[in-house]
Design a protein around this ligand. Structure first.
Ligand code: GDP
Length: 524
């Protein structure tokens, strides 16, 4: 095997998806700790606390240096190189969260065993489904009085439409939580919250008398349970997992370190190495010799006066080396990348090289756009980096009308960067912003003021959702004439229907059956 092939094969690039409070931050931290990437538990939590103690964007600004480096965490584990991409939740939930999922090869879904499947999990999972991303499930907080495991699996199957294949099975829960039985290796891991790594002992075989010695009557219960589980549930099937149809399920308690190592092992053993990526013209295999990649996220950085940004690029093929010249396909310009940022969780130094699956951060002054493809020379265009239908809307109103031009320019540029989406209804002069997370509006207002010198306010705008319209010119013209106040153009001049409410959306769809009303739009 060539060394390039080896480097690609050993990489695993994934994100964690969950509803707020399910334990993503805790799990991230424990994964880093088990991976040897951090020495003291608490580092990640500290960052989160710093992020969330402040709701003010000015303060967030100060934290941005931190959030750049914590958005990708790379660390070696066993013979592998793991890239864990952060998908911010909570207040800073934004389109970036969604788009980050287009840059991974697999995901870990964390479910709170008390709350089961929650709203944000469903949203994020739907994004994973667009690319059939393989998902490993971690059911967390077994040290609490949880729902019955079988009920949780049932809920995942019915609400998320994926088969569950339990890999481990919990022994008791809450106060009687004793550990997990591993259905694949026929071994038992005992839970001990006082043990350094959450486990006091591991034994082999469900009939092992040591089991009865350690947990008494629960041993017999477990044997009965496992017989039932084996009869009633799916066995793990790698193909079904890799095609997103089945999810292997692990149980544990992240805060107690329990089940985390098994999960990390599963990430490197089960989840796929970097996969081929589709471009407008051909699929690009991860082990191709020539470098290629795409930008899935842009983050304004540090000093807003200099319009400094970091473009996050996912390497899709070949090898990147510091100082390399790469081509921005859209502009045809060659870029000499001397200062790419590394994301090694341990020591953050200038990166020397990166392979398919890795993420590099490229500092720039606004020349790199969201969705940009970079190659050594070939004119490729990666596809599958979408905009998502916003759920929140605001009308931008300027305080000083003389600055209208700057406002328009600023909004256009910020929307190209993916900070928020801009819509211009055909029959009004309104500038409507759409977002999937409320914090996006604060970010835009702050950046307009500091980077473009525009003082503006956001007013409420009554809109239920937006749909991109696809159809014949005649049909689009007809719908534009009919609903001119609610049909507008986005920043790429594509038609969008801004639905005031659900009923209007339905009526419009019925009236124009030949028009497609799309929830996502490919970034051109
Ligand atoms: P996030 O919002 O998904 O990032 O969740 P956090 O990691 O911040 O966790 C939310 C809360 O759940 C925190 O108070 C954690 O200490 C707690 N937590 C995380 N894992 C566990 C667990 O295994 N058991 C219990 N009882 N609490 C947990």
């Amino acid at each position: 095997m060539s060394s390039l092939q080896q480097e690609v094969e050993r990489r695993r690039t994934f994100a964690i998806i969950s509803h707020p409070d399910a334990g993503k931050t805790t799990l991230t931290e424990k994964l880093l700790w088990f991976g040897g990437a951090i020495q003291v538990a608490g580092e990640v939590r500290g960052r989160k606390a710093a992020r969330h103690a402040t709701s003010d964007w000015m303060e967030l600004e100060k934290q941005r240096g931190i959030s750049v480096t914590s958005s990708v965490m790379q660390f070696p584990y066993r013979a592998h190189m793991v890239n864990l991409l952060d998908t911010p939740g909570h207040d800073d939930f934004s389109e970036d969260t969604y788009r980050t999922l287009t840059a991974v090869d697999s995901a870990v879904m964390v479910i709170d065993s008390v709350n089961g499947v929650e709203a944000q999990t469903i949203k994020l999972l739907n994004v994973c489904r667009m690319r059939d991303t393989p998902i490993i499930t971690f059911i967390n907080k077994l040290d609490r009085e949880s729902r019955a495991p079988i009920e949780l699996l049932d809920e995942i199957e019915t609400t998320l439409g994926m088969e569950c294949a339990p890999m481990t099975w919990p022994i008791g829960m809450g106060k009687t939580f004793r550990g997990v039985y591993n259905l694949v290796t026929d071994s038992i891991l005992f839970f001990d919250p006082r043990a350094e790594k959450g486990t006091s002992e591991t034994i082999q075989g469900i009939d092992n008398p040591r089991l009865d010695e350690l947990i008494g009557y629960q041993a017999q219960e477990l044997r009965v349970d496992i017989e039932l589980v084996r009869g009633a549930s799916n066995e793990f099937n790698k193909e079904r997992y890799l095609s997103g149809k089945q999810t292997p399920v692990f149980f544990g308690s992240a805060v107690n370190n329990f089940g985390v190592q098994s999960l990390l092992d599963a990430v490197v053993d089960l989840s796929p190495p970097p996969q081929a990526r589709q471009t407008a013209t051909r699929a690009v295999a991860a082990n191709e010799e020539k470098f290629a990649g795409f930008v899935f996220k842009i983050q304004a950085n540090m000093d807003p006066k200099h319009r400094d940004r970091i473009a996050f690029l996912r390497v899709c093929s070949g090898r990147f080396e510091r100082g390399m010249k790469i081509k921005q396909v859209a502009s045809g310009k060659m870029l000499n990348v001397n200062n790419a940022i590394t994301f090694m969780a341990q020591d953050r130094t200038i990166m020397d090289e990166a392979y398919s699956g890795d993420i590099i951060g490229i500092p720039n002054h606004g020349t790199i756009k969201l969705g940009d493809t970079f190659t050594e020379n070939e004119a490729l265009k990666f596809i599958g980096i979408p905009s998502f239908a916003p759920e929140f809307f605001r009308r931008a109103r300027i305080k000083n009308p003389m600055k209208m031009k700057q406002l328009q320019i600023g909004l256009k540029q910020l929307s190209e960067e993916g900070a928020a989406q801009l819509f211009r209804p055909l029959l009004s002069n309104d500038l409507i912003l759409g977002a999937v997370g409320m914090l996006q509006f604060d970010v835009v207002a702050h950046r307009l003021e500091h980077e473009y010198g525009v003082d503006m306010v956001f007013e409420p705008y009554d809109c239920y959702t937006a749909r991109w319209l696809k159809g014949s010119d005649a049909d689009l013209k007809a719908i534009a004439n009919k609903y001119g106040f609610n049909v507008g153009l986005d920043s790429a001049d594509d038609y969008v229907y801004l639905a005031p409410n659900r009923v209007n959306l339905q009526m419009a769809q019925e009236r124009y059956p030949d028009i497609q009303f799309m929830e996502t739009r490919e970034i051109a």
